[in-house]
Design a protein around this ligand. Structure first.
Ligand SMILES: [Zn+2]
Ligand SMILES: [Zn+2]
Length: 446
């Protein structure tokens, strides 16, 4: 059967439907008196199914969320969360669960395979907390939103006879540990031929389908000089602290020439041992942020020149050690359009693309950014009632409420339907991938 589908830029192309693949869905639509070629109606059928499914496991997901919340665990030490989530996933029919995946003790992978060819959609679940302020980033909610979405998508895949796979990845250490980067590098996504990745994150302001975050790099700076008596023979010494202060002052000057979105932060961890000794060692930690990976490369070069200037001026030796860095998150607009539509059907009021992109910008950073440079990615921002924003103790309290639970499950529903649309609509997947490839070309650093 040949049908006409409206895809990008109002171009009309002829597309063959795979009647076998969508047989069950078409039958269901026919039973409902809905033409099978209607994407909007298909989406409604998926949304009905997914909503019913996720509501049916809401009271199972709630204690999981609370257990993670009430046992806050830091980077790569999320043992209780890992155990709780993998134990639960093992009880779900059809899911193959690998705990401690890819040599990371608190990472896991769960796979639901339709047994038929098709796209591979994936969901990331975070569950790490912050030092001293518990789940003040609400990752307990991210965990259950992704678990709910993956389970609902898997169940719908069977119900509607769709081909492909649904994968749930347990991704530890988002708060500075780069768990997703480790999983990317280890082949967790490429081994499973993952096509797209979806996640969500709670916030206090509004829902957004197109969350954007900053790229950042965290670097340890050390200067090595030479001790000497600071009063009797200072000329025999090389002052490492002077090198660091010179660099710090050069950075302060550079800050006047940076672009909006550029951020340079630093602190001194070692400033010498005593005032009467020329300082042989000085060190600090410096973070550089920018709105894109490409811009970060430009800014980083300027910042590193300032550190070189400190060494040049004093004769100290400079050592720079990369600690961690995340890419900016580039949301996939093709998938965002679907996700926004579903969220709005669920009662949200996410504005159209341009405004959504503006609302979705934050200067925080996440390792989901690196995912967005590896495949089409979406991070659905969902609002929870909170006076304080993330990384404040008040937000941890807010992430424990019944209202926040409901908001997380709503996000899970939208992510499930977005994934199902990718499984069902090859033009959507093509559009998402083309947009991703074009983005990579535009962000290439020469
Ligand atoms: Zn956070
Ligand atoms: Zn977070």
């Amino acid at each position: 059967m040949q049908i006409l589908l409206d895809i990008v830029d109002d171009d009309y192309v002829e597309v063959s439907t795979n009647e076998d693949k969508n047989e069950a869905l078409n039958q269901m639509l026919a039973d409902l008196g809905i033409p099978s070629t209607s994407n909007a109606s298909r989406q409604d059928v998926y949304l009905d199914f997914v909503s019913t499914y996720i509501e049916s496991i809401s009271e199972t997901l709630r204690p999981i969320s609370l257990k993670i919340h009430d046992n806050p665990e830091l980077n790569f030490k999320e043992f209780i969360a890992h155990e709780t989530l993998t134990k639960f996933m093992k009880t779900r029919k059809g899911w193959a669960v690998t705990p401690s995946a890819y040599g990371i003790e608190t990472a896991f992978i769960a796979v639901y395979d339709s047994g038929k060819n098709g796209p591979v959609i994936s969901y990331n679940a975070e569950y790490d907390a912050l030092t001293g302020i518990g789940h003040s980033c609400g990752h307990n909610l991210i965990a259950i939103a992704s678990v709910g979405a993956a389970l609902a998508a898997g169940a719908a895949m069977t119900k509607f006879n769709l081909g492909g796979k649904v994968i749930l990845l347990g991704t530890p250490a988002e708060e500075g540990g780069g768990g997703k980067i480790k999983l990317l590098d280890a082949g967790a996504y490429s081994d499973h031929k993952v096509d797209i990745n979806l996640i969500s994150h709670p916030g206090k302001v509004h829902d957004t389908a197109l969350s954007r975050t900053n790229a950042y790099v965290n670097t340890k700076i050390e200067y090595f000089g030479k001790e000497a008596h600071a009063a009797a023979a200072p000329w025999e010494g090389i002052n490492a602290l002077d090198a660091l202060i010179t660099a710090y002052n050069a950075l302060s000057v550079l800050r006047q020439q940076t672009m909006p979105g550029d951020i340079i932060q630093g602190h001194i961890t070692d400033g010498g041992s005593a005032p009467n000794i020329i300082h042989a060692y000085a060190a600090g930690i410096f973070v550089v942020r920018a709105t894109s990976k490409k811009r970060l490369e430009v800014l980083k070069k300027k910042v590193f020149k300032c550190f070189e200037a400190g060494a040049e001026a004093t004769g100290a030796t400079l050592k720079m050690t990369h600690i961690m860095g995340y890419d900016d998150h580039v949301p996939n607009k093709a998938m965002g359009k679907v996700c926004r539509a579903v969220m709005n059907k669920l009662g949200s009021d996410i504005p159209e693309e341009q405004m959504d992109l503006i609302q979705g910008a934050t200067q925080a950073s996440t390792d989901q950014g690196n995912i967005s440079y590896a495949m089409p990615s979406l991070s659905l921002g969902f609002k929870i009632e909170s006076v304080e924003g993330p990384h404040n103790p008040g937000f941890a309290e807010a992430a424990r409420t019944r209202e926040a639970h409901v908001a997380a499950l709503r996000a899970g529903k939208a992510l499930a339907v977005t994934g199902l649309e990718v499984l069902s609509d090859e033009n959507l997947l093509k559009a998402a991938k083309k947009e991703f490839e074009d983005m990579l070309k535009s962000q290439r650093v020469d």
